[in-house]
Design a protein around this ligand. Structure first.
Ligand code: FAD
Length: 343
């Protein structure tokens, strides 16, 4: 490998960071650049519920100290949006019109929260929970002992819900087909798992169709969710949790195959030999299932970053799924999920 090989990683989440670490271990001389939209250093998003337990300094959530990047000769470009990848010229374009050449690129751009179309008109009355900044905003809006209304309730939302309950807030979950995402729960098992949520102190509302989210009335909590049958739920904040959609828009002109995520082979290489993908953004070919599929969870995503980097440096090993994808109940009948586990 040439000394000046330039490996560009898009994304400073768990996949991108593990990949950078692995690339540096395996090739002390290559040039590594990580690009991220975000302004903060890599912190553990799974720990964001700690904000509601009193953590108000994002530096407490950092995975590496800021000096890590310089010490490992990794260039980190923050506040930088990739808008295009030109596979023929092997160049990435940033929103501010700069171009950067790459020899190999690893896309670890993750996903963002999905909002069903019927709810998008009310986006301004709901709060996203994707970053430290979002968590701080929600914390400021919630009065002590206030009520949180969760719409949908994917596993990110349910993780947060259990922290809310533990810290003295009330939680109402408006359950629907997205509840428990990305776990696939058979219709006949839904009742068992919803009961497990009740055992955890979460009030489960199997409501009908949501008509909208409105500002609360005089002397009432700040928000109300209105259902088609006229029922109304009052709460201080409304948080939508409908799973993630892969962040692939900047890859659309690259020519690589994309379905929902970037399609990669078991070695995590896309349909272009110089473009790799890992983490929430990619769908990996599964010979057993004869289809492309997503693998979620911190450990899987970290292992994907590592596998991609090993293969970019010639290892030739397929990604091995860490396993354990089923919902479980603990001895007190409370919900457990491998999605919540991380080393
Ligand atoms: C608040 C929160 C809590 C979560 N909790 C859990 C949990 O408990 N368990 C679990 O399994 N999963 C959880 N998830 C999902 C989890 O984030 C992912 O499974 C995992 O962290 C994905 O890592 P990743 O490296 O693939 O991408 P991400 O961590 O999503 O990182 C994506 C990176 O790509 C960058 N990026 C995206 N687009 C561009 C662009 N155009 N230009 C430049 N940079 C770009 C972003 O800035 C970011 O740095 C949570 C997600 C969130 C948002």
């Amino acid at each position: 490998m040439a000394e000046t090989e330039h490996n560009v990683i898009i994304g400073t989440g768990v996949a991108g960071n593990r990949a950078a670490e692995t690339l540096r271990e395996r090739d002390p001389d290559c040039r590594i650049t990580i690009i991220t939209l975000g302004s903060l250093h890599f912190y553990n998003r799974y720990s964001l519920p700690k904000v509601f337990q009193g953590c108000d300094d994002w530096r407490q959530l950092l995975v590496h100290p800021p000096s890590y990047y310089e010490e490992n000769r990794i260039t980190l470009r923050r506040n930088t949006r990739v808008i295009n990848v030109d596979a023929k010229r092997r160049a990435v374009t940033f929103a501010h019109n700069e171009e950067m050449h790459y020899d190999q690129i690893l896309v670890c751009s993750g996903g963002r929260g999905y909002l069903p179309e019927g709810l998008s008109d009310f986006a301004g009355l709901m709060h996203r929970f994707t970053s430290f900044e979002d968590a701080m905003v929600i914390r400021r809006l919630l009065p002590a002992g206030g009520r949180v209304i969760l719409l949908g309730g994917d596993m990110i939302g349910l993780d947060l819900a259990r922290t809310f309950v533990e810290t003295g807030y009330d939680v109402t979950l408006v359950a629907n087909d997205f509840t428990f995402w990305p776990h696939e729960v058979a219709r006949q098992d839904r009742g068992t798992y919803e009961k497990a949520l009740t055992n955890m102190g979460i009030e489960v509302h199997r409501g009908g169709r949501i008509l909208g989210v409105e500002e609360g009335g005089e002397g009432k909590p700040a928000r109300r969710v209105v259902f088609a049958d006229g029922e109304v739920l009052d709460g201080d904040v409304v948080l939508p949790f409908f799973g993630l959609v892969p962040a692939v828009e900047f890859m659309l002109g690259s020519g690589v195959d994309i379905e929902r995520g970037i399609l990669v082979n078991p070695h995590l290489c896309s349909t272009d030999d110089h473009i790799w993908a890992a983490g929430d953004v990619c769908q990996i070919w599964s010979p057993e299932k004869n289809t492309y599929r997503f693998y979620y969870g911190w450990n899987n995503v970290r292992d994907m970053g590592e596998a991609a980097a090993r293969n970019m440096t010639g290892a030739g090993e397929p990604f091995a799924n860490g396993g354990g994808e089923d919902l479980r109940l603990d001895k007190n009948g409370r919900l457990l999920s491998p999605f919540w586990d991380h080393d």
